[in-house]
Design a protein. Structure first.
Length: 190
């Protein structure tokens, strides 16, 4: 419990002013309004190389991940946050490659990064059939539940977003759902 929980939002779309980023803004607005603080970063601003499958998680903490890129910087930003807000557009029924490369690399981050952390997800897509996001929602749920390392707070999905980066501005109800999601997350963590 913390009167002023901190959120770190990680945007997994390369479009900085796209739908995912705009919806993340609404979630953070709700979160901050209830006393939280928030920082938002774009994964596309960081060099994130793909996981090489080295057994760094077996070596932990003696030897770090063998990739040399910006992952440690992101880990340092994640560590003080009570809420790690991940986000991605749906690409081919899954997450973006940018996001998936990042998630694969969590295995090499020090366990201290996730101590007492909660994770929640923001997803956006063009389809209006909720099933389209099903494989991604399931992947996240299965990845983050069942272990004691992190608490999963679920995902928020915005749909019917045609390819323009500002499509979500025509969906005030979905933006409001984002805002409410942020408030409920702050309420839970306070
Ligand atoms: C490579 C690519 C693949 C996509 N695949 C899907 C898909 O399988 N289902 C879907 O509903 N939308 C799909 N979309 C649409 C995006 O998910 C949607 O427009 C999203 O809101 C874009 O988010 P952004 O504005 O943050 O980039 C795809 C878009 C791209 C660029």
């Amino acid at each position: 419990m913390n009167r002023h929980p901190k959120a770190l939002a990680l945007v997994g779309s390369a479009r900085k002013h796209g739908n995912t980023s705009r919806l993340v803004d609404e979630v953070l607005r709700g979160f901050v309004e209830l006393g939280g603080s928030a920082e938002k970063v774009y994964l596309s601003d960081y060099s994130i190389r793909h996981c090489l499958g080295c057994p760094c998680y077996v070596w932990k903490p003696k030897r770090p991940c063998i990739q040399t890129d910006d992952l440690a910087k992101l880990g340092n930003l994640m560590e003080p946050a009570q809420l790690i807000l991940i986000s991605t557009p749906i690409y081919w029924y899954g997450p973006s490659g940018l996001f998936k490369n990042f998630l694969d690399r969590w295995i090499g981050l020090p366990t201290s990064v996730f101590e007492k952390s909660h994770v929640a997800a923001v997803l956006t897509m063009q389809d209006t059939t909720p099933d389209t996001a099903g494989p991604t929602e399931e992947m996240l749920r299965r990845s983050f539940t069942g272990g004691a390392w992190i608490t999963y707070e679920g995902s928020l999905l915005a749909s019917g977003l045609h390819h323009t980066p500002d499509a979500i501005t025509s969906h005030p109800q979905q933006l409001d759902e984002g805002y409410q999601f942020g408030r409920s997350l702050a309420e839970k963590l306070r």
